[in-house]
Ligand binder design. Structure first.
Ligand SMILES: [Zn+2]
Length: 147
């Protein structure tokens, strides 16, 4: 009987998809997606206030659509949450919260904006329309603005 060391399996990833499938979404509802380590760069300025980071209040990676909202209420894949347009630098205190989309209309706006996810509303998964009716309503309001 041969006994060799187990090798790590190659990760399958999400095939570049923006949205989770319903089965994946249900899995992420069981545990939060992992946040990745952050690095500080003293030449970078805060997206919110335009100032440098300090020892007391360093700059951090801030998500325009955060992990918790992004998975639970939008159904985004972890890969989609890490796309460069979703991550900006902001001060740990105060500014980090200011750059994050919090309301359904802020989230819907960032999903359709060309400098954001750039989706059309038809791409928002059918199961998420039921799970997250407020985001779905906000997406529909962008598509057909009140006259
Ligand atoms: Zn700031």
């Amino acid at each position: 009987m041969s006994d060799t060391n187990l090798k790590p399996l190659k990760k399958n990833g999400f095939e570049g998809r923006t949205f989770l499938t319903e089965a994946e979404w249900k899995t992420y509802r069981r545990a939060r997606a992992v946040r990745y380590a952050q690095t500080d760069d003293s030449t970078v300025l805060c997206e919110s206030c335009g100032k440098k980071g300090t020892k007391k209040n360093p700059l951090q990676n801030a998500h325009k659509i955060g992990h918790a909202i992004g998975t639970d209420h939008v159904g985004l894949t972890p890969e989609a949450l890490l796309r460069s347009y979703n991550i900006v630098k902001a001060h740990k205190s105060e500014c980090n919260r200011k750059v994050e989309a919090k309301t359904p209309s802020e989230i819907a706006d960032f999903l359709v904006r060309k400098d954001g996810y750039g989706i059309s509303i038809e791409e928002f998964p059918a199961f998420m329309r039921k799970q997250s009716p407020n985001v779905w309503k906000a997406l529909q309001a962008i598509e057909a603005p009140p006259s």
